[in-house]
Design a protein around this ligand. Structure first.
Ligand code: HAM
Length: 422
């Protein structure tokens, strides 16, 4: 039996890789537009970077790939991007920057031992941003705007922004107590996971996939924000309105990770192709994480887009419009490839995507290859061309054919392309 990919992992084959790179390239453009710098943290970190005391998230408690190569250190493949970026922010003392907030972006592989299904892998890619160092509704709105407009510019339309506030530390603590008491009465009716969450993080019961639609969960008391938090949230909404970003306030949106405070949001797909994994990206503010990781008492906010989910949706909405092709195909009719190799290299050094025949095949076979590769120009080299130090140049769009001096080929191609696009 030949080897196969490990369950929950996948190959990005060349065609998918083109689409992957297109979305990544646009994301990098958005990093520039919004003033973010790209960062890359290690694939594995000390487990403590991800695992905090009393963590209740599924990701930390059940899904981490943790190992100990020397029997001493506990290391974990990163399950998400935020913790590693904050570790780096603190370790590299970026909080000393005169230009707060510090804005960092990443495109990285993540690893979670989840049950694989469409849009849910064990290795997947996140494109994310973290804006660290200040807390202002303007920043929250800008972070949401980045993600929303990125998705819209990509061409996706069947999306919805969900928004909620988890309140500041004070309102959340109060609410947790209230929920604990409320759900205690229904303990036996909760799923096993939620029974465990009841004590540590009853908020998570509100968006538990198993329990969320039960009547007693629907009727659970609502969060009462402090005046300060309510005002903060109102301002975030005001700025979103101003930028004409449509959203729905969903007071049961609590997000799967434990570190969130105040603003949380998700962008979900309303396209059936996304199946049950409809959240394309999610994020929120974290007031306590930087401090918990040994840094100063400052807040941050960010989000991460799941690239695989984005690609499923992008394909379903058929937004990719590209035709892969090359600029030149060099057809060689001589036994000796030296001259053709020289021409091909000259073209590449002038930035023309160029391929050539390697096998000395018939003219017909070489033309077929050139067609398949969708070459814009065909460069034909026969005996005469070598003798005269020329090439025969054929423009596949205009069908025009001409003889060009070898040294002048690149300039001539530039000219033909310019004329064509004028
Ligand atoms: P998250 O909601 O756990 O948040 O993941 C963000 C996105 O990653 C999800 O919306 C989804 O698109 C994608 N994703 C998560 N798990 C999988 C999986 N197993 N397979 C495929 N895609 C997946 C975070 O990770 C936070 N660090 C986001 C954040 C940044 N919050 C603040 N800053």
């Amino acid at each position: 039996m030949p080897y196969q990919t490990v369950k929950g992992t996948y190959d990005l084959l060349p065609d998918q890789m083109i689409r992957f790179n297109m979305v990544a390239q646009l994301f990098r453009h958005y990093l520039d537009l919004y003033g973010y710098s790209e960062i890359r943290t290690p694939v594995f970190e000390y487990t403590g970077v991800f695992q905090k005391e009393n963590d209740t998230s599924d990701m930390v408690t059940k899904e981490m790939y943790t190992f100990s190569p020397n029997g001493k250190d506990s290391l974990t493949l990163r399950p998400e991007g935020t913790a590693g970026v904050i570790r780096s922010f603190v370790e590299n003392k970026m909080y000393g920057s005169e230009d707060m907030p510090v804005k960092l972006g990443y495109i990285e592989e993540m690893f979670r031992h989840e049950r694989p299904q469409k849009g849910r892998q064990r290795q997947f890619t996140q494109m994310g941003i973290e804006c660290i160092g200040d807390k202002d509704p303007l920043i929250d709105a800008e972070v949401i705007a980045f993600g929303y407009f990125y998705i819209r510019i990509l061409g996706l339309t069947s999306i919805k922004v969900l928004l909620n506030s988890l309140g500041d530390n004070e309102s959340r603590l109060r609410y947790k107590e209230e929920l604990k008491q409320y759900f205690a009465e229904y303990k036996d009716e909760l799923c096993t996971d939620c029974q465990n969450r009841l004590d540590k993080n009853p908020l998570r019961i509100l968006d538990c996939k198993i329990d969320r639609d039960k009547d007693f969960v629907r009727n659970a008391p609502k969060m009462k924000l402090t005046d300060e938090s309510a005002e903060y949230f109102a301002k975030v909404r005001h700025y979103l309105d101003l930028m004409e970003i449509p959203y729905e306030v969903d007071d049961r949106l609590v997000r799967g990770l434990d570190y969130y405070t105040d603003t949380v949001f998700e962008v979900v797909s309303t396209n059936e192709a996304s199946g049950s994994q409809a959240t394309i990206f999610g994020g929120g503010r974290y007031d306590n994480l930087v401090k918990e990781m040994g840094g100063p008492d400052i807040s941050g906010i960010g989000f991460a887009i799941g690239v695989e989910r984005l690609l499923i949706l992008a394909e379903a909405e058929d937004i990719f419009d590209y035709e892969k092709g090359i600029d030149c195909y060099v057809i060689n009719l001589n036994k000796d490839p030296d001259y053709a190799l020289n021409v091909a290299e000259q073209l590449r050094s002038n930035s023309f995507m160029t391929e050539m025949d390697y096998y000395g095949r018939s003219l017909k076979a070489q033309f077929k290859s050139s067609d398949r590769k969708k070459a814009r120009f065909v460069i034909i080299i026969g005996e005469d061309e070598v003798k005269d130090n020329t090439v025969t140049l054929k423009d596949t769009l205009t069908k025009a054919q001409e003889t060009v001096k070898k040294e002048e080929l690149a300039d001539r191609l530039d000219q033909l392309m310019e004329d064509y696009y004028e």
